[in-house]
Design a protein around this ligand. Sequence first.
Ligand code: UT7
Length: 351
Amino acid sequence: MLAIPGPSRQNLGPIMSDLPLRSTIIGAGHYVPTKVVTNDDLAKLMTTSDEWIQQRSGIKERRFIEHDDIGASDLALPAAKMAIEHAGLQAKDIDAIIFATLSPDYNFPGSGVLLGNLLGLNGVPALDVRNQCSGFLYSLSVADAWVRAGVYKNVLIAGAEVHSTGIELADRGRDVAVLFGDGAGCAIVSRATDPNQGIKALRLHADGVGARDLMVEYPRSRRIPRITKELLDEGVHYPKMVGKQVFRWAVEKMPEVAQQVMDEAKLSVDDLDLFVPHQANMRINQMVGMKLNIPQEKIVHNIEKYGNTTAATIPLGLSEAWREGRCKRGSNILMAAFGAGYTWGGAVITL
Ligand code: UT7
């Protein structure tokens, strides 16, 4: 006889009047490995200098995992615990996990299931998002829709990257290798209880015309075999970037989407308490701030300390700013990101 599944929250569906108007971020957390790698440390491995790296990117140092066998899910674990505690919840209150990363522990399965297992959330759904620098905003959009539709109540978003094992720490890879660092940031998305609170605008964009401007080309499933010894010798498994082209797009698209979400949220720059941009380059964020007339003191920069931690940058920056008292409940936060794909997005949220 066929077993008929019992009712679940999903197949019963929510009662419309119970649905929240908005979702919001109720807690954030972050974690970075303890190993500090300075620009001078990198200059011992490749032809570069502290002066070049700081001038071009604003980066002074970054964190690398301390030893072998630490994955994105391991970095996300303490960040997730911090976010859960910050939200006043316990791990068992999490209904779904979204994990944004371009450096998952394994090719498959995704890092979300690994994090769920580490948190003891066995049976809780886990979705991996592969949208690089805008991965957190894409995840936020999914979590927002889930919460507002009544599918899940408390969604844990993790953004975590282990870049240090995937960059070429030698002259050939120096243009990319000096930019990236390891780290994690997490946020808990839940129902907004105050009518003025919550995600007020969120826009996502993508344009595959730039897909080859920032990519890791191999191993690739469209080639038989996916990788060869010769290709490995050529270094095609390391990320490659047409830096100037990505820069040009970033300084155009980030202000554009930021203005779009501020208009939709009906907020002006004066209403903003904080701008948490993706951290790819200090110069990009300063230019975006100037284009939008956002005073520098309202902009979160942590690229000096951590480099580009890709999907982790926005939740990491938000978590640090929250702890430093730069934002609190009721603060109006603007977020914007641009990166590989190309993918980009923006959000306005009242905490
Ligand atoms: O988060 C994902 C999205 N990523 C971004 O948004 C990054 C966007 N791009 C950028 O931030 C900048 O383009 C970079 C920081 C990557 C590079 O800055 P740039 O001013 O565009 O420099 P460049 O690539 O034009 O390189 C200038 C010079 C070159 O030498 P020549 O050809 O002028 O002789 C490079 O070979 O600097 C050389 N160079 C380096 N020199 C010392 C490249 N990498 C290094 C290095 N150290 N690490």
